[in-house]
Each structure stands twice: as structure tokens, then as C-alpha cells.
Ligand binder design. Structure first.
Ligand SMILES: Cc1cc2nc3c(=O)[nH]c(=O)nc-3n(C[C@H](O)[C@H](O)[C@H](O)COP(=O)(O)OP(=O)(O)OC[C@H]3O[C@@H](n4cnc5c(N)ncnc54)[C@H](O)[C@@H]3O)c2cc1C
Length: 443
């Protein structure tokens, strides 16, 4: 095999970013403000794309547009969403549109706009292997070998496919993440959507509106007890603050697991807007226009098995209310079953040196560095990898700018960004003004 060429100037990069989704893009954007530090962010795609298979009509952000790449820590940055509006010459019309929640298409366009301008982002470069030799990381890519002092891993998640559906993946059994990547014709077919989160809801609404043609039957199955709303209440939003993440980080492992479980709907529910749109569409079709029923809403059911005969699939599910087994025939199955953390092939040369817990997750410290057995001056940062350590905000956009700033401050060993915050409204741990136990007061 031919040796890969080394990087043109063979100098050592201060930070090599692996993968350019929104999270590493935020690090790259904020690093532009740091003088004298070299960075290169490698992305295997030809151009920036934000979950392109799920950029469907009528899909909206779950978070506010100010939770962009930079604003929370550098509102003056040229890579802010407001800057994008001004540069795209649509600022006034954006205000007049009074959008409380912008479309995913617009946020995706904003991210692509930023990515095109950040010189350290390098597209069409697949990172194939990383190893550590002679006090530096050797990053083998499809475009040559690069050397770096530090890494920032930002490779995102992969579609989660339930085991029972795995053997049938193909043209008729597809994961939601890929649905928009090819054309489909669901006309006259029995379509079954598995999964009651936001992606399931977005696909259900589009199927209901005939985006892929009118199905003969549309079934929407969810393990959850009902189609549950995103918890966006004011106090729930406190989970998505630096103050909360700092407190959460200090908790012990069991408490963290329990709290993450309890907070699931603050990130995994369906937006109220989307639920209401679905409900009103169903009302209009079946109670106003009186169409014969061709839609079945099936919450509180768990898919347990899939079988196939003559191009027809059958989904077997357990009804959580009756514990009975139910069977549904389908021509098309769409798995809106979420995402999981992949084992990265490109880390094969480094994995044995990383500290992992019993579930194979990184041991992440407060500053988002992975503990490893190499020199402490060579750091491996990881984004979107610390749900278990930093909490529910980790896979979300809400705190990405703050996390990027925290990473950069640690990398530079100085306060490049001011991350001091005033006290939050809630005392998550010991309040500042706490009474003494009565007994101690008596002494
Ligand atoms: C449909 C959808 C909508 C969402 N909407 C919201 C929302 O409204 N609000 C919110 O807070 N969160 C939302 N999220 C959650 C989260 O914000 C996104 O998943 C976000 O894209 C995660 O960013 P990331 O950078 O970690 O990963 P990704 O966006 O997955 O990016 C990872 C990148 O790494 C690249 N890569 C992987 N391996 C390599 C390699 N070896 N070499 C080079 N490149 C590589 C990939 O090509 C990819 O471009 C949404 C998630 C989904 C799926």
C-alpha cells in the first residue's frame, strides 16, 4: 500500500477537529477569535450538511435561534445567527415574520453559511485513523497525514436500528435519518412509523399530508404511553444552563443516571406546535372532511419482532396496557428509533489508551477532555459524548457555544472567554444561605 502524503507544510497543528457537525463547527468558529493558534477541522462530507435526510417540509427547531454557534459567549462574532440574517439581507423581514421557532431548513442554511467562511474547516476529508507517536497525534486522512498537538472529537451519532429490524434494512425498511436522501412513493402502501419522538412526529405529519403520496394505511407506533410533549417549561429550561451542568457534573454516577432518565422529555418530547398541527390535521381530515379512517395512532406499544413474507412485513408489538401481542402488516417501515454512539473506526489506533467506563463511554473531565494514558499536555476533547457525565444538555444545541468556550479556555490555559455566570434561580446543590442543623445552632 502506498504511504499517504504528509500535510503540505508538515507543521504541527494545535488542534485537529474530527468531524464537522454543529458542535465542532462552534469550536472552529470561536477559535477564529484566538490569535496564534492553528486549527484544522476535518469533515468527510463534500460540504456542510445538518442531518440532511431529515430536512423535511414543515420541520422546525426545538431550540431558539439565539442558541447558535457563538452568541452565548461571543455575541459580536461574525458567525452569529444575527450576523447571518444581516449578511443575507433579510433581517427586517425576519423580525416581521415573528418566528418564535425557525425552520430546520433555515438553521441548516445558517450553519452552512458559517462553515463556508471558516478557513480551518476542510471538507471531503475522511479521518481514517489516529495514533499517538513522538508527542503528537498522527491523523491519517483520505487527503494525507496531519500532525496535531490536541484533538477535538465531534463525529456525532449514528442511527439506532433495533435488532429485530436489522435483517430487513433496505428500500422498504428505512431509518428516519435517511428518509429524505432518496425519493419514495408511498401511494396505496401500508406505511408503519416506529417511534414517538420528534423525528417520528415530523415523518408522520409529512406522510399524513401526502408528501410521499397517499398511503392506504398509516400506522404510528410508539413505546411511550402517549405522544408526549417536549417539556419546555421555564424551570425545565434551567437544565440547559451552565449553572446546572456545573452542578450536575459533581453528582455521583447513580444519581446522574436517575436524573437523566427523569429529564428525558426536556429533550426527547415532541414540540407543542407539532403536536397541535398533527391533531388539527387529523381533526380536519376525519371529523370535518369525514374521510374514511386510514390512520391508526398506536402509542404504548413496543415493537418486539419483524418478519417478512413475499415483500410484506409484519410488525409484532406488545400493547403496554393489555400486555397482548398485536400484529401489523406493512409494505414500508420507517424506523424513527433515534441515534446511538458508534464505535469509531478511526480511533482504533488510540482506543486502548482511552479511559472508558463499563459501558464503553469516555471518562470525560469537567473541561470535556477524555482521560487517557498519554501526556497531559496533549488533550483529547470530545463534544456530544458526555450525556452520562455532563447531563441532558450534552446532545443539544442549547449550550454548544458555552461548551466550545470552555474547551478553548482549557486548551489555551487562559480565560479567552468570560464564563463567569451569576447564580441561577434554583439552588441545585447547597444554597448560599443555608440554615445550620438546630443542634449545632444550640452549641
Ligand atoms: C433531525 C434532528 C434535529 C435536531 N434538532 C435539534 C434542535 O432543534 N435543537 C437541539 O438542541 N438539538 C437538535 N438536535 C440534536 C443535535 O443538535 C444534533 O444531532 C447535532 O447535529 C449534533 O451535532 P454533532 O456535531 O455532534 O454531530 P453531527 O451533526 O452528526 O455531525 C458529525 C459530523 O462528523 C462527520 N464525521 C463522522 N466521522 C468522521 C470521520 N471519521 N472523518 C471526518 N468526518 C467525520 C459526519 O460526516 C458529520 O458531518 C437534532 C437532531 C436531529 C437528528
Amino acid at each position: 500500500m502506498l504511504a499517504k502524503p504528509t500535510q503540505p507544510d508538515s507543521s504541527i497543528i494545535d488542534v485537529a477537529g474530527i468531524g464537522v457537525g454543529p458542535f465542532n463547527l462552534s469550536v472552529a468558529a470561536l477559535l477564529q477569535q484566538v490569535k496564534g493558534l492553528s486549527a484544522r477541522f476535518f469533515e468527510s462530507r463534500e460540504q456542510f450538511a445538518w442531518h440532511p435526510g431529515l430536512l423535511l417540509p414543515d420541520t422546525h427547531m426545538q431550540t431558539m435561534f439565539l442558541k447558535d454557534l457563538v452568541t452565548a459567549v461571543a455575541p459580536h462574532s461574525t458567525y452569529s445567527f444575527l450576523s447571518y440574517l444581516v449578511k443575507r439581507k433579510k433581517f427586517y423581514r425576519f423580525l416581521s415574520a415573528e418566528l418564535s421557532c425557525i425552520s430546520r431548513a433555515e438553521f441548516s442554511d445558517y450553519l452552512s453559511w458559517a462553515a463556508q467562511q471558516i478557513p480551518s474547516v476542510q471538507f471531503a476529508t475522511d479521518v481514517e485513523n489516529i495514533s499517538f507517536t513522538n508527542s503528537q497525534f498522527e491523523v491519517e486522512t483520505s487527503k494525507g497525514v496531519y500532525y496535531a498537538k490536541n484533538l477535538c472529537l465531534g463525529t456525532g451519532k449514528r442511527p439506532y436500528i433495533p435488532d429485530c429490524a436489522q435483517p430487513y434494512l433496505g428500500k422498504q425498511v428505512i431509518h428516519a435519518a435517511n428518509i429524505g436522501l432518496t425519493s419514495h412513493d408511498f401511494s396505496g402502501k401500508r406505511v408503519m412509523i416506529i417511534g414517538g419522538g420528534q423525528s417520528g412526529a415530523d415523518i408522520f405529519l409529512n406522510a399524513l399530508n401526502g408528501y410521499w403520496g397517499k398511503p392506504s394505511v398509516l400506522n404510528w407506533l410508539s413505546r411511550r404511553a402517549n405522544y408526549q410533549p417536549l417539556d419546555e417549561a421555564a424551570f425545565s429550561n434551567e437544565y440547559f444552563t451552565p449553572d446546572y451542568v456545573d452542578s450536575f457534573y459533581k453528582l455521583n454516577y447513580q444519581v446522574k443516571e436517575r436524573e437523566i432518565d427523569n429529564q428525558k422529555l426536556t429533550s426527547d418530547g415532541i414540540t407543542q406546535d407539532c403536536l397541535l398541527t398533527i391533531y388539527r390535521t387529523l381533526y380536519h381530515r376525519f371529523d370535518v372532511l369525514c374521510e374514511p379512517r386510514w390512520v391508526n395512532l398506536l402509542p404504548h406499544r413496543e415493537m418486539t419482532e419483524v418478519s417478512q413474507a413475499d415483500n410484506i412485513y409484519q410488525v409484532q408489538a406488545t400493547n403496554g396496557l393489555t400486555q397482548e401481542t398485536e400484529y401489523y402488516d406493512a409494505d414500508v417501515i420507517i424506523l424513527a428509533t433515534g441515534f446511538t454512539t458508534p464505535t469509531l473506526n478511526c480511533l482504533a489506533g488510540l482506543r486502548s489508551r482511552l479511559m472508558l467506563d463499563e459501558k464503553g463511554r469516555y471518562s470525560l473531565n469537567e473541561h470535556f477532555t477524555v482521560d487517557w494514558d498519554g501526556p497531559s499536555e496533549n488533550r483529547i476533547f470530545a463534544v456530544n459524548a458526555g450525556l452520562h457525565s455532563h447531563g441532558i444538555a450534552e446532545p443539544q444545541l442549547s449550550l454548544m457555544a458555552w461548551r466550545s468556550a470552555k474547551i478553548i479556555n482549557h486548551l489555551c490555559q487562559q480565560e479567552v472567554f468570560d464564563l463567569d455566570s451569576s447564580d441561577g434561580l434554583i439552588s441545585w446543590l447547597q444554597p448560599l444561605t443555608q440554615n445550620q442543623p438546630l443542634l449545632q445552632q444550640a452549641i
